[in-house]
Write a new protein. Structure first.
Ligand code: APR
Length: 245
């Protein structure tokens, strides 16, 4: 409880609070994490997320991607952790969220200043003419999606392994981290670069690092000043209650 009180005090009195989230914030919305016993990568061949695999083995790669990232996510809704972050942004406490997640749940929860470091599964882009589509404009079937304009192959607008991070997202997240005096990490193993550098930029800029995770991560012993060993929704509810009571 002491960590929660300390963290709530630092958040409440922060001048520039930023947040960095990973798959762990969405597990309570029914979206599995990537790593660990029941993680996606224990059921899904991670190599199918290589951009070269999507371009060369398109049909096989697309079938797996559709099953994992579209069919199974379809009913996922923001949970309390997403909603509290959105509330903190509305009342000016939280300045931005940089997320590794492609599930669009921060935006669905109402967060506006969301930096989608790995893109967003709600959109597709054409390899040939670069036309961009929202999911709703397409009818996703077992066949790889095709551009309505030029017939080219469409790609989900999230970052595949082997692809560069969107320049705007990389720059924005770096700037946000450097401006922070308090930086909140929620639900990530911190094992995927370059995303996992973001909390280090914040730390280097002098930010106090608060981490929420039921398990230890690569940040816990090296970077985090306050570690809240809890699930995201429970920790965020408790913090919110202390801050606004
Ligand atoms: N609340 C908070 N954190 C949780 C919860 C929970 N209820 N349940 C699990 N976690 C934590 C796990 O302890 C773990 O540290 O969520 C983290 C999930 O880690 P990963 O599956 O590695 O997900 P993430 O860190 O977001 O992966 C980063 O890897 O494959 C790429 O692009 C993919 O964005 C992803 C990146």
């Amino acid at each position: 409880m002491e960590n929660l009180t300390k963290a709530a005090d630092k958040i409440k009195n922060s001048a520039y609070l930023s947040c960095f989230t990973g798959a762990g914030i969405s597990i309570e919305s029914g979206i599995p994490v990537f790593r660990g016993a029941d993680g996606l990568y224990s059921k899904f061949d991670q190599s199918l997320l290589e951009i070269s695999s999507y371009q060369y083995n398109t049909s096989k790669s697309w079938k797996a991607i559709k099953k994992v990232f579209y069919d199974s996510f379809i009913n996922a809704k923001p949970n309390l952790a997403h909603k509290i972050l959105s509330k903190w942004e509305t009342n000016g406490l939280l300045k931005s969220v940089t997320t590794q997640n492609i599930d669009n749940l921060h935006r669905q929860a109402g967060s506006k200043n969301v930096i989608e470091y790995h893109g967003n599964k709600e959109y597709f882009v054409c390899f040939d003419c670069e036309e961009r589509y929202a999911n709703e404009e397409l009818k996703l079937t077992q066949d790889p999606p095709k551009c309505l304009k030029c017939g080219g192959l469409l790609k989900p607008d999230f970052i595949f392994f082997g692809e560069p991070i969107p320049t705007n997202a990389a720059n924005q997240s770096y700037k946000e981290a450097k401006k922070s005096d308090v930086h909140l990490i929620i639900g990530t193993t911190g094992t995927v670069q370059p995303a996992a550098y973001i909390p280090y930029y914040a730390k280097k800029a002098g930010a106090l690092i608060i981490e929420i995770n039921p398990d230890v991560s690569s940040f816990t012993t090296t970077l985090s000043d306050i570690f809240i060993k809890m699930k995201a929704s429970e920790a965020m509810q408790k913090l919110d209650k202390i801050i606004f009571s």
